[in-house]
Ligand binder design. Structure first.
Ligand code: 5AD
Length: 323
């Protein structure tokens, strides 16, 4: 698909592209859903991303950092409830040195689970150390491939460095996940088409796409956005991504479910094959407020939703099976 063809699909307002994505999903990755247990282990962040509630300059937030033992315990609980992938996510919290992280990774890997990290931009050497300690996958959204927009949204950050991080992760043999926000002020359909082409160029193994939801305690808090339109467009971007990257893993994201209680089902019926239940303890998951009213559906309710649409939970670690 070239850019114009992608643009045509993004502009169309018929369900055809969603139906086609669902067919390709079924053909290439089947009816099984992979669950990834998410642990939000620190909401302390050195960055100032204009859209994110965890940004350093937000003083209206209770900050927390779990101890290594608490993180490992949450992973154990996740494993006991049947989860075969643990995702460790945090703000860019410099307290967690390479040694501290490697210890946590090694302990969690003893549980015989796949381990995903989502802890931001690090050096090649740091990524290498985590990999050697046992990490399998890494999530780092590019957020947007529109360089000018990227610069505006990410003060004191470098688009080039983020790209380099993604190629370093690939080079080190991680299953690499990226993705974008949809509906950011100033974002165009053209740039979303470029985002999708970038996912293909990187040969990403996982793609997470989420609608932008304004957080009141951020510079974009007052942005005039149509949440329903953001949700629809993010599902469309996700569907086109499935059509282009047929065999990858694509989550129905929490931001989709936050906008519409049926968001996850819509996504699972339009190309998604992964769900990420949040297994952080109840107090801290509320404080991990990237955007307001983050959906926190529990595991049992998620599983019954999955079954209600004729799909089932896989009992494997759910690595990408490249076709
Ligand atoms: N709305 C939606 N998603 C957001 N993220 C950060 N802030 C917001 C927001 N206001 C997403 C980013 C990040 C992921 C962890 O959360 O894409 O990569």
């Amino acid at each position: 698909m070239n850019k114009n063809e992608i643009l045509n699909l993004l502009e169309s307002n018929t369900p055809d592209v969603l139906i086609q994505a669902d067919k390709i999903r079924k053909q290439y990755v089947g009816d099984e859903i992979h669950l990834r247990g998410l642990i939000e282990f620190s909401n302390i962040c050195a960055r100032t991303c204009q859209y994110c509630g965890l940004r350093y300059e937000n003083k209206n937030i209770i900050r927390y950092r779990l101890s290594a033992d608490e993180i490992i315990q949450l992973a154990q609980i996740g494993k006991k409830s049947g989860l075969q992938t643990i995702v460790l996510q945090s703000g860019e919290d410099n307290y967690f040195s390479t040694d501290k992280l490697c210890h946590i990774i090694q302990e969690i890997k003893k549980l015989d689970v796949a381990l995903t990290l989502s802890i931001g931009e690090k050096s090649y050497q740091e990524y290498k150390a985590y990999k050697e300690a046992g990490a399998d996958r890494y999530l780092l959204r590019i957020e947007t491939t529109d360089k000018n927009l990227y610069k505006k949204l990410h003060p004191n950050m470098s688009f080039e460095n983020r790209m380099e991080c993604l190629y370093n992760l690939k080079d080190l043999g991680y299953e690499t996940g990226t993705g974008c926000l949809v509906g950011l002020p100033g974002q165009t359909l053209d740039s979303l088409a470029e985002d999708i082409l970038f996912f293909k160029k990187l040969d990403a193994d996982m793609i997470g796409i989420g609608p932008f939801i304004p957080h009141p305690d951020t510079p974009l808090g007052g942005a005039n956005v149509d949440l329903t339109a953001n949700l629809d467009l993010s599902i469309r971007v996700m569907a086109v991504t499935r059509i282009l990257l047929k065999d990858i893993n694509i989550p129905a994201t929490t931001a989709m479910e936050t906008i519409n209680p049926n968001g996850r089902i819509l996504a699972l019926n339009s190309g998604a094959n992964v769900v990420m239940p949040n297994i952080t303890d109840d107090i801290h998951k509320k404080e991990y407020e990237i955007y307001p009213d983050k959906n926190n559906e529990n595991l049992d309710s998620l599983i019954s939703k999955i079954k209600s649409i004729g799909r089932f939970v896989a009992f494997t670690k759910g690595f990408r099976k490249k076709i």
